[in-house]
Ligand binder design. Structure first.
Ligand SMILES: Cc1cc2nc3c(=O)[nH]c(=O)nc-3n(C[C@H](O)[C@H](O)[C@H](O)COP(=O)(O)OP(=O)(O)OC[C@H]3O[C@@H](n4cnc5c(N)ncnc54)[C@H](O)[C@@H]3O)c2cc1C
Length: 450
C-alpha cells in the first residue's frame, strides 16, 4: 500500500494537498452528507498536469479517485483521493463564435451570468449552485429544455483526462466515440477539465424584448390533490412553458401545499392565455412577475448545503389523481416521523421535450420522458435514514401506479445509486456500450462506477 504523502511532492505549488481530519464533512460543504466517505487525501487544483499526476499515482497504487465540482451529489467522495475542483471556476465567453467555455468548478449561476452579460442564454438547470460540468455530463435538464433540448444537445467539446493520465480533446470530430458516451454518461470516464457549449440569443430564444421571463407562482392546498392530478393527467404544455410543481410543508406551518412555478417564454398576455386553465382551478394564492433571465435560477431554497438529503428522479409519462394523492400521503407519513424531516418535499418537473426528442446526441436514453418526479428527503439525524429511504420508495410506488408505463426510469444524474443498468440507461445495449468505454478508459475502475 502506497504512503499517500508520497504524492504531495509530485504536485506543483499551485495545488493544495490535505489529509482530512475529523471535521471533514464541515470543510467539504456538500449539498448532502449522506454516504460521505473520508478520503486519504483531498487535492485542490487548477492544474491539468497535477490532475494527470494524481490519476497516474492512483492507477499505480490502486486507489479510487472522486471528482468534485459543485458538490451536489452523493457520489463525490471515496476512501482514496478526492480531486476537489470547486475553486477552478473560470468562465470565458468567446465573442468570435458565441460559445462559452468553463472549468470544472464553475456553477450554473456563474455560467448563466457570464452568458447573460453578452445577451445570450444557455441550456442549464434550475439551481444556480449545481456544478455546470457535471450537469452537462449527465444530460442536463432545465427550464429551457422545451426550447433548447438537453444540455448535451448544446455540448461542443470537452477536455478529458483519463485514468492513464492521457488528456483527450473530445468532440463530434475528435474522439467521437468517447464524445458519444461522455454526453450523458460522462461522470464515469475520468476528469473533465473544460467544456465548451453553444449559447443562444436571449430575446429571440425566450420570445421577449427585454431579456426577462414571465414567471408565475400558483398555490393550491394538497387536499385538492385529486383535482390537480386530474388536471395534470390531461394537460399538455407547449414549448414556451416550463412547469415545476413542488409539494411541501409551508415553513410557518399549516397543511401541505402544491406550488406551481411556471416560466412562460412570451408576452404577459400570451402567458395569461396559456395559463388560464391553471387559474381556472381557483388557486388560494398566485403571483406573477417578469424576472431577468440571469436571475432565474434558485439558490438558497433547494441548493442549501449540509445535513442529509436523499433524492432520485423517476421518469413518468403521466401523473394522475391517484399518483398525486399517494405522493401527498407519503410526505404526510414522513413528516409525522418528526420535525427533523420538515423540509422534505417532492418536486415534479414538466419539461416538454419537443427540441430534445429531435436530437440523438450522446447516450442520454430518456428522450421520451417529459415528467420527472423527485422526492427529496431532507433531515439532520442519522436515525432518520430508514424513513428517508422508505419515503423515496413510497413516492416512486405511488406515482408509478398512476403512470401509463410500468418500467422504472431514472435520470442517471439524479440517481439514488441502487438502480439496475436498464433503469438508468433505457436498455441493456446502451448500458453495455457505456461499460465497454469505461473498461477502455478506466480499466482498473479508478473513477466513479454507475
Ligand atoms: C438541488 C439540486 C438541483 C439539481 N437540479 C438539476 C437540474 O435542474 N437539471 C439537471 O440536469 N440536474 C440537476 N441536478 C442533478 C445534478 O445535475 C447532478 O447531481 C450533478 O451531478 C451535480 O453536479 P455537482 O458538480 O454539483 O456535484 P458533484 O457532487 O461535485 O459532482 C457529481 C459527480 O459528477 C462527476 N463530476 C463532477 N465534476 C466532474 C468533472 N469535472 N469531470 C468528471 N466528472 C465530474 C463526479 O462523478 C461526481 O461524483 C440537481 C441536483 C441537486 C442536488
Amino acid at each position: 500500500m502506497a504512503n499517500i504523502t508520497s504524492l504531495k511532492p509530485l504536485l506543483s505549488h499551485s495545488s493544495t494537498f490535505t489529509i482530512p481530519g475529523g471535521a471533514f464533512a464541515e470543510d467539504y460543504n456538500n449539498w448532502t452528507n449522506y454516504a460521505l466517505t473520508t478520503p486519504k487525501a483531498v487535492i485542490k487544483t487548477t492544474s491539468e498536469s497535477d490532475i494527470q499526476t494524481v490519476v497516474k499515482f492512483a492507477s499505480e497504487h490502486n486507489l479510487r479517485v472522486s471528482v468534485r465540482g459543485g458538490g451536489h451529489s452523493t457520489f463525490n467522495s471515496c476512501d482514496g483521493i478526492i480531486l476537489d475542483l470547486a475553486g477552478w471556476d473560470e468562465v470565458v465567453y468567446d465573442d468570435g463564435d458565441d460559445t462559452i467555455r468553463f472549468r470544472p468548478g464553475a456553477l450554473v449561476g456563474k455560467v448563466v451570468e457570464v452568458a447573460g452579460g453578452r445577451g445570450r442564454c444557455i441550456m442549464s438547470g434550475t439551481c444556480n449552485t449545481v456544478g455546470m460540468t457535471s450537469l452537462c455530463l449527465g444530460g442536463g435538464l432545465g427550464p429551457l429544455t422545451p426550447k433548447l433540448g438537453m444540455a448535451i444537445d448544446s455540448l461542443l467539446s470537452a477536455r478529458l483526462i483519463t485514468a492513464s493520465g492521457e488528456l483527450l480533446t473530445v468532440s463530434p470530430e475528435s474522439n467521437p466515440e468517447v464524445f458519444h458516451i461522455l454526453a450523458g454518461a460522462g461522470q464515469t470516464l475520468g476528469v473533465v477539465t473544460e467544456i465548451q457549449m453553444k449559447t443562444y440569443p436571449i430575446n429571440e430564444t425566450l420570445n421577449t424584448v427585454d431579456e426577462t421571463v414571465f414567471s408565475a407562482s400558483v398555490t393550491f392546498p394538497a387536499s385538492r390533490a385529486a383535482e390537480i392530478g386530474d388536471f395534470l393527467s390531461s394537460m399538455k404544455w407547449d414549448e414556451n412553458t416550463a412547469v415545476y410543481l413542488m409539494l411541501l410543508s409551508p415553513p410557518k406551518g399549516g397543511g401541505l401545499l402544491f406550488i406551481f412555478s411556471v416560466n412562460y417564454y412570451g408576452s404577459d398576455e400570451d402567458a395569461k392565455r396559456a395559463l388560464k386553465v391553471l387559474y381556472d382551478l381557483k388557486p388560494i394564492a398566485e403571483t406573477t412577475s417578469r424576472v431577468p433571465y440571469v436571475q432565474g435560477g434558485q439558490d438558497e431554497a433547494v441548493g442549501e448545503r449540509g445535513g442529509f438529503k436523499r433524492m432520485a428522479a423517476v421518469g413518468l409519462k403521466r401523473v394522475n389523481a391517484e399518483g398525486l394523492k399517494g405522493m401527498a400521503e407519503a410526505l404526510e407519513n414522513l413528516l409525522a416521523v418528526g420535525d427533523d424531516l420538515g423540509k422534505s418535499c417532492v418536486l415534479l418537473e414538466f419539461l416538454g421535450l419537443g427540441a430534445a426528442s429531435k436530437s440523438s446526441v450522446g447516450v442520454y436514453p430518456h428522450r421520451d420522458i417529459d415528467i420527472w418526479c423527485i422526492p427529496i428527503a431532507w433531515y439532520n439525524r442519522p436515525e432518520n435514514h430508514e424513513s428517508a429511504e422508505k419515503f423515496g420508495r413510497d413516492v416512486r410506488k405511488a406515482v408509478k401506479a398512476g403512470d401509463v408505463s410500468e418500467d422504472m426510469v431514472v435520470y442517471p444524474a439524479c440517481r439514488a445509486g441502487d438502480e439496475k443498468p436498464e433503469e438508468l440507461w433505457g436498455n441493456k445495449e446502451t448500458a453495455d456500450r457505456i461499460a465497454e468505454m469505461k473498461a477502455k478508459l478506466d480499466a482498473k475502475g479508478v473513477f466513479l462506477k454507475f
